[in-house]
Design a protein around this ligand. Structure first.
Ligand SMILES: NC(=O)c1ccc[n+]([C@@H]2O[C@H](COP(=O)([O-])OP(=O)(O)OC[C@H]3O[C@@H](n4cnc5c(N)ncnc54)[C@H](OP(=O)(O)O)[C@@H]3O)[C@@H](O)[C@H]2O)c1
Length: 286
């Protein structure tokens, strides 16, 4: 029997409808939750991501500020904008769309964002809190993956979880969230050896490579009834595809996410959720 589909659109719309209720309650208290996005430069993929985030924010009833800056800007112009948003009490969440142009120090920029408004959960403070299981604002893609698994009652405890990615955005925070849920976690990357052997032992595979010339998850790399979460995004003849050879892997997996319509909608839903949490925390700080 083929695997069952983990539908990110279904799960994200259930999260969004709960958010609308939380937003209504905040508005009754005189707080209008507001997300400010910052896009530097003209990268078409980044522009689409920001556009989707703006649209989704407005749909759930958030106020959405859209800040666009030229890619030749100086680092201090960006920090001035972030400072002004940090000091603006009507703004609750700040998202700087990554990646930034090469001449900008991404680490410094991320850490300019006030941790209480860091709705991407990437500042050093929030990463540290995540390490201690104390984070209120968690990175969106990893927390979206946990929400997907929970929605379908897919157990995490004691499972062998393999994450093919070690970025600060996906793999590292995801490993912490999986550990928090009592999984046994292995992180793999481009220098890992015997990746196929490790993958075959996994109960849950989460892949986020995003380059099919380097890595494709094929059915012979997946054990029977494994759960497969595909975070990767690749363009193939203008079409969006993941890291997974979907048609063959679905025959082996127990559960699988499609691309598009799997993890992507969850990343946006968790961003909106973090913005509402940040607005709530501004009234009753954690
Ligand atoms: N759907 C969503 O909402 C969402 C959200 C975030 C990211 N993404 C997608 O996820 C992908 C990764 O994003 P990212 O920002 O984390 O990118 P990244 O920093 O480039 O991470 C890619 C990871 O893949 C590893 N890798 C590369 N070749 C490999 C190979 N042959 N075998 C095993 N691992 C290999 C890299 O290893 P090294 O560390 O050794 O280089 C790295 O850890 C992209 O396609 C991105 O668009 C999607």
């Amino acid at each position: 029997m083929p695997g069952r589909l983990i539908d990110g659109n279904v799960v994200s719309s259930s999260i969004r409808s709960r958010l609308t209720n939380r937003i209504t309650k905040l508005k009754e208290k005189g707080i209008s939750p507001c997300l400010a996005t910052i896009l530097v430069g003209n990268d078409p993929a980044s522009a689409i991501y920001v556009q989707n985030k703006q649209k989704a924010a407005k749909q759930v009833g958030l106020i959405a500020q859209d800040h666009r800056l030229k890619d030749d800007l100086q680092q201090n112009e960006l920090t001035i904008l972030i400072d002004s948003l940090n000091n603006d009490s009507s703004v609750h969440g700040i998202l700087v769309q990554l990646p930034l142009p090469k001449h900008i120090n991404e680490f410094e920029i991320i850490n300019k964002i006030s941790p209480s408004k860091d709705v991407d959960g990437l500042t050093s403070i929030n990463s540290g809190l995540l390490l201690h299981n104390e984070a209120s604002l968690k990175p969106c893609t990893p927390s979206g993956i946990v929400e997907l698994l929970d929605f379908y009652n897919i157990g995490i405890m004691s499972q062998n979880v393999i994450i093919v990615n070690r970025s600060i955005l996906v793999g590292k925070p995801l490993a912490l969230l999986m550990l928090e849920r009592d999984a046994t976690v292995t992180i793999c990357h481009s220098k890992s050896v015997n990746l196929n052997r490790l993958l075959l032992q996994a109960d849950i595979i989460i892949t986020a490579v995003g380059d099919r010339s380097k890595f494709i998850l094929k059915s012979e790399m997946v054990k029977d009834k494994a759960v497969v979460i595909d975070v990767g995004t690749n363009r193939q003849s203008g079409k969006l595809v993941g890291d997974v050879d979907f048609e063959s892997v679905i025959e082996k997996a127990s559960w699988i996410t499609p691309v598009p319509g799997g993890v992507g909608p969850m990343t946006i839903a968790m961003l909106l959720s973090n913005t509402v949490t940040a607005a709530q925390n501004s009234v009753s700080p954690v």
